[in-house]
Design a binder for this molecule. Structure first.
Ligand code: CA
Length: 232
């Protein structure tokens, strides 16, 4: 029996003084499966950021105590966490100021919810995912610097998409990844291609990493998705 593990928790810190907007964003992000922490002013936001060490910060520009630009600058002294800035103002100097302060992206209120969610995903994806360059699972090795892959001492050549796919599993060993999550990660959030594209790629990826009759480590979880785990 395979235990289905949930994806690891992604923490998002929302720093927004307008309670209605904060509540709305918090609810939507929570529905998407993120763990959301809310701070209602700049100082509190800065403190929360240090305590929580979030994966992403959504930062309003106009805040009491300390404005968003100042919060952003201070955060940048100690962390490279992705920062998505929100503002009611849309003029270009305002955007430049936010980006100069170290924000990764900028969204003008009122914003479209789907756009916010998409930008959150983009920032989480582009976040430097790991420090080490060699990833290992059993006898499978992946070097993220050279993109070299080996099963045992056999070198394996993958297409770019196969590589991305394998990397996703290597980053989440023993976690069942559902189809939607894989498609979104590898083919993008607005992917509208053939239904079986994932199956096709999984098939070719398996053929390659099961070199010399090595046992299957990319397992299918019927009706859910796939998992990288020891053969049963
Ligand atoms: Ca505000």
């Amino acid at each position: 029996m395979v235990k289905i593990m949930s994806n690891e928790i992604t923490n998002i810190l929302l720093i927004e003084d307008e309670k209605d907007i904060a509540r709305f964003i918090e609810l939507e992000l929570t529905c998407e499966g993120y763990k959301v922490h809310v701070a209602y002013d700049g100082m509190q936001g800065l403190m929360s950021a240090r305590q929580i060490n979030p994966d992403l910060i959504i930062l309003d520009r106009m805040l009491p105590q300390m404005n968003g630009i100042e919060v952003c600058k201070r955060l940048r002294q100690s962390t490279d966490v992705p920062i998505l800035m929100l503002t009611a103002k849309g003029d270009i100097t305002d955007k430049v100021e936010g980006l100069d302060a170290g924000a990764n992206d900028y969204l003008v209120k009122p914003f479209n919810l789907d756009e916010l969610l998409a930008r959150v995903r983009v920032q989480l994806r582009s976040k430097k995912p790991f420090e080490k360059t060699i990833m290992e699972f059993m006898d499978l090795h992946l070097d993220t610097t050279t993109r070299e892959i080996k099963r045992g001492d056999k070198k394996i050549n993958l297409s770019p998409k196969e590589y991305d796919l394998l990397m996703l599993f290597m980053k989440h060993p023993k976690h069942v990844l559902n189809r939607e999550r894989i498609l979104e990660n590898i083919w993008g959030w607005d992917f509208e291609g053939e239904d079986n594209v994932l199956e096709v790629y999984m098939h070719s990826l398996r053929e390659k990493i099961e070199v010399d009759g090595k046992p299957r480590i990319l397992q299918t979880i019927r009706g859910v998705g796939y998992v990288l785990k020891e053969p049963t």
